[in-house]
Design a protein around this ligand. Sequence first.
Ligand code: DUC
Ligand code: ZN
Ligand code: ZN
Length: 472
Amino acid sequence: MKTLITGGTVVNATGATAADVLVDGETIAAVVAPGSTLLGFDLAANVDTVVDATGKYVIPGGIDAHTHMEMPFGGTFASDTFSTGTTAAAWGGTTTIVDFVVQYAGENPLEQYAAWHEKAAGNCAIDYGFHQILSDVQDSSLTAMDELVAEGVTSFKLFMAYKGVFLSDDGQIVKAMQKAADNGSLVMMHAENGSVIDLLVQQAVARGDTAPYFHGLTRPWQAEEEATHRAIMLANLTGAPLYVVHVSAKQAAEQIAQARDLGQNVFGETCPQYLYLSLEEHLGAPGFEGAKWVCSTPLRARAEHHQDHMWRSLRTNDLQIVSTDHCPFCLKGQKDMGVGDFSKIPNGIGGVEHRMDLIYQGVVTGEISLERWVELCCTTPARMFGMYGRKGVVAPGADADLVVYDPNGHTSIGLGKTHHMNMDYSAYEGFEIDGHVDTVISRGSVLVDDGEFRGRVGHGRYVKRELSQYLI
Ligand code: DUC
Ligand code: ZN
Ligand code: ZN
């Protein structure tokens, strides 16, 4: 099966150029000048399918390196299964996710890893890899880290918050970092000071400050900055590379920038919610509505300019990746567990479907370049998490994961409009996007075309990842 994508502008992180893309089977066979006969024959006449991309961008399939499909959390499960979540991702131009295997205290990481394979196998519409969450870091966890790296799980997430659920103490963090420094894997950090947050939450609830807004006030930027700084110091001590997830506070981004300026292998991601949404407008919505946007790290005050700072950090490469931290919960039956007590609202926002569109808006408004959009959403995730070459680039030999994106198209986000995630609300309801995901191809198979889902749950394969290809 051969496909030719003609007439488009191929956009890689390194540049944009008018080119045709020849797909042979599951891989990209050639990227050639439009109408080229370099390969010795008229390409268009010798393929099975021609996709006309005139006036459109042809980009690598999106990689969302931070998702939580059907995650057991907050007394319930994230509402997207691997099946619904990866289908929604495909609609939005994402062709690979890296999801988190969960290990709660006392559980065996390897058994959990096997359990996550069972959940995902045969149930994904797009390719998927795994990071491993470690909570209590036992000696057996350290041996498991080596075995997991051999399985293609080359990154480990630790938490400095959620005591009794996920939190690792500083000694446990150092142990895991020592192992990562030794075996070349990457430590991902949820950087918030959990003890301080637990105290502030307890005091707020005792005072009767129970509305969703107080979720934000009890997870202040100081708790994020302090934990980010501590994580950087512990990484420095051990020589382990560090990737800070879901950065939302400008002070935390500054900590990362300073460490990078000193030459340390420290990286950071932010998420669309921290670029677009805010404490005042969303978490602070009247009544219980703010529950829709309860996630951690929390949305920050627009008056303090965190959102502007996140865009700036993406421009300056102080932050390297945009992921979604896709962790959806329905309002009815899930978020509403926290009516009268914000601390019982399951933490999480769904957005796997909208990342490519939302970050493209940064190109439209001049926040980032076209190439930087691709770099943040496709290429750096591939490099950071050991998939580059196969994923994250439009080049011969790479998997034919491709998106035809129409800059003149339009997308209306919201229920009954563009919304395929298993959530009873949209965190981005009413957003109007300049741009449209027209065609999505995963390893040569068309998943989405012209407003129709043509993919198949079960098409997605496990991606065994290499060590990070991004370290200095
Ligand atoms: N933050 C969330 O909002 N949800 C899942 C876990 C996390 O760290
Ligand atoms: Zn987290
Ligand atoms: Zn997360």
